[in-house]
Write a protein that binds this ligand. Sequence first.
Ligand code: BJW
Length: 248
Amino acid sequence: MSAIPTPLLSAATAIGKARHICVLTGAGISAESGVPTFRDAQTGLWAKFRPEDLATPEAFARDPRRIWDWYEWRRELVRRVEPNAGHHALVHLAGLVPKLTLVTQNVDGLHQRAGSTGVIEYHGNILRDRCSAEGTLARRSARSVTGLPECARCGELLRPDVVWFGEAIPPLTMRDADAAVADCDVFLSIGTASVVYPAAGLAANARQCGAIVIEINTEPTALTPLADFSLRGPSGEVLPQLLQALRG
Ligand code: BJW
């Protein structure tokens, strides 16, 4: 039987003592389910495009068909995949600690499909439609003038219910995430490059409020210098190991 690495043991000890854990996940946790991350140079979702050419309100206004094609392709992909060991480990972790708040930047809904509850979807959900004129969740019209998804109520174009660059995080979402960050005593950042704000600032805020910051990632990230413990490896392997160490 191989020995448990020291940072993993130290992280498990901190989690074992925690009253409230705030978890922030990013694209890396869904990578082992087969959802490409964003910034991988070869296979990432933006390998062929610059992000500002796709994930902005300006790009949608310029060429809605192109943006809808990209999102329909991603919706199909997300519907085909399953949650992995990392998603499932977080469901178990929530049952082992007094309080756990899960904030995800991911728009794929895989945490909920694994069984996590009360998930704060910081950047929205790709599977929902929102009216681009009314700003509210909306059903699709049975008929379409443009050939693109249109709002059943007002006929304007629908868009995916996600947060694009230059758009604000919905205020209630921001409030709930900030409250968890201020209250937690352990902040666990999993599978995110920690470059997109305001999500990338949550770990620093938690640390300022006195939390221990733990990172799980296959690579060093912008957060690594700030983290108390950096656990290197795929989250689908590291999280189950962490659970094992926690259970003793
Ligand atoms: C593994 C693994 C495995 C792989 N296991 N790990 C402050 C400073 C500078 C800029 C800004 C700032 N504040 C705001 C900005 C501007 C901008 C921004 O941050 N730009 C940066 C690029 C510099 N932010 C915004 O525009 C935000 N809005 C805003 O600030 O509004 C202000 C405002 C206020 C009031 C009124 C109006 C405006 C909005 C940001 C929205 C981001 N949206 C996206 C797209 C969502 C929709 C969609 O999916 O199409 O969200 S962008 C994209 O990046 C997506 C992700 O959630 C987000 C984060 O990506 P993530 O998760 O980190 O993925 P990757 O691919 O980058 O990294 C994967 C990681 O996993 C890597 O580290 C791998 O090593 C690792 N990994 N396999 C563990 N198996």
